[in-house]
Design a protein around this ligand. Sequence first.
Ligand SMILES: CC(=O)N[C@H]1[C@@H](OP(=O)(O)OP(=O)(O)OC[C@H]2O[C@@H](n3ccc(=O)[nH]c3=O)[C@H](O)[C@@H]2O)O[C@H](CO)[C@@H](O)[C@@H]1O[C@H](C)C(=O)N[C@@H](C)C(=O)N[C@H](CCC(=O)O)C(=O)O
Ligand SMILES: Nc1ncnc2c1ncn2[C@@H]1O[C@H](COP(=O)(O)OP(=O)(O)OP(=O)(O)O)[C@@H](O)[C@H]1O
Length: 476
Amino acid sequence: MRLHHLLNKLKIESGDMDNNRSIVVSGIADRSMDVKKGFVFVAISGFKTNGHKYINEAICNGASVIIGEGDIAGLPVPYIKVKNSRKALGVIASNFYSNPSKKKNVIGITGTNGKTTTSYMLKHILETSGLTCTIIGTNQNVINGEIVQSVNTTPSSLVLQRILSASKDDVVIMEVSSHGLMQSRVEGVEFDFCLFTNMSHDHLDYHNSMEEYFRVKTSLFEKLKDNGCAVINIDDFWGERLVKLLKGKVKNKLYTIGQSASSHLRIINIRNSGITVKVKNDLVRICPFIPGIHNLYNALMAVATANLLNIDEQGILASINEFKGVEGRFEVIGLDNGATAVVDYAHTPDAIFHCLRTAKQCGAKRLIHVFGFRGDRDSSKWQEMLSIASELSDQYILTLDDLNSVSHKKMVELIECFNNNYGNESGVIISDRTLAIKQAMEQSVPGDWIIITGKGHEIYQQNYHLKTVSDRDTIT
Ligand SMILES: CC(=O)N[C@H]1[C@@H](OP(=O)(O)OP(=O)(O)OC[C@H]2O[C@@H](n3ccc(=O)[nH]c3=O)[C@H](O)[C@@H]2O)O[C@H](CO)[C@@H](O)[C@@H]1O[C@H](C)C(=O)N[C@@H](C)C(=O)N[C@H](CCC(=O)O)C(=O)O
Ligand SMILES: Nc1ncnc2c1ncn2[C@@H]1O[C@H](COP(=O)(O)OP(=O)(O)OP(=O)(O)O)[C@@H](O)[C@H]1O
């Protein structure tokens, strides 16, 4: 591809384009080590390091054009200055792969909780109806039936455009995280559907306030295609606000789900055992195997989207009611001693609330909750997580979650400090997660439910060598 085609729609601050328009570009890289002959290297100012430091390495590896943010002179290859390299990467990656999202049916799901579950519910419905789906998200990416491990929930724009281009599937279902939006990872992607599940306290280490977090989430909806549709849960406070915001702004179709009479898909009755909704003039019951009112909302988001995709209504209902669940999301495991264990990915106060409440509604006589806090991630939610755990469980065991860059010693001190200040007498600390789970199992009696939250499907504990199996494997 010629350079001037690659730079189509890119806002350039400076750079000699007149003499370099016809340079032939053979690829794009944002990692200096990936650069090959004829590549454009995009230098990104990151969180850990600065990509501009690797420009010389990129040139040695064969880069023929550099895109970056600073004023840089004296390079042996053309340099193009832009305001935001991450945004530029999205624009040129989309151009390089011939704007794949324009030709595909792309569904983006955002929200604090429920993105992964809703994705898999929708995938299940669509696949049952005969469509093939690419999945991009936290648990894994699946493209043309092939599983590719995911590094991020929302991949970098370069990886994302490559996936969109490689996908031969009928539909692409992707999770869009607020980090992904802030870091322009979906720049250059046009969506047919944007779904909003809910919003609650999370990531305030990254976004300064809930308002700021909300503003970032809403930016996804600017990326809808002209005929695209927003699907929004208006039983959520922020979802209701989003509808008000979009009503005045976008020409796109808005489709709402919720209990209010104004909802397009109206909930008539919602219990742990199932949900009744009004479809046209009929009352329809939805009861997937995966328990929990939160999962009924996820199911409804998936059902509404499948409906908007013109999937046969009876087919939708039959397939959602036989949906078996997602790895690490309220996974129920019966124990030999008559107790029940649940492995779940809750790591926000709201998710913990839903998870513990669901176990109670499922008939738990006594709840033993095993959980921890993620190092380096929004510690302003820890107090609320602990308050909910101590309020709803009969006993809790505080343990370690991902340490990330926090030392083992420091994290143990932190959980002790939080427990002293905000916990109650039913709580104990067992820092080794495997031992914490085993202790919960040993002291459980028939009718007890052991709820293990935070790691879900994950088989590792970041920066902690002692645990390399999933919580599920520890139990079984
Ligand atoms: C804090 C954060 O969000 N970091 C993301 C960011 O990386 P970064 O800015 O730290 O990169 P960096 O290491 O500083 O490097 C800067 C640049 O120098 C380049 N470089 C670096 C070294 C070198 O030798 N040569 C070179 O060219 C790098 O390729 C990069 O372009 O950009 C990368 C590429 O897009 C992301 O993979 C990475 O996500 C990291 C792995 C991460 O853990 N992110 C989390 C916080 C995250 O994004 N989570 C959300 C889900 C959140 C949730 O819902 O729970 C997600 O979407 O995954
Ligand atoms: N609709 C919901 N409302 C509140 N909590 C939910 C909802 N759906 C799921 N949860 C809780 O959040 C946890 C994570 O669910 P899921 O993976 O589907 O969400 P996610 O948005 O993809 O999360 P993440 O961004 O952390 O990957 C679940 O294990 C459950 O405890």
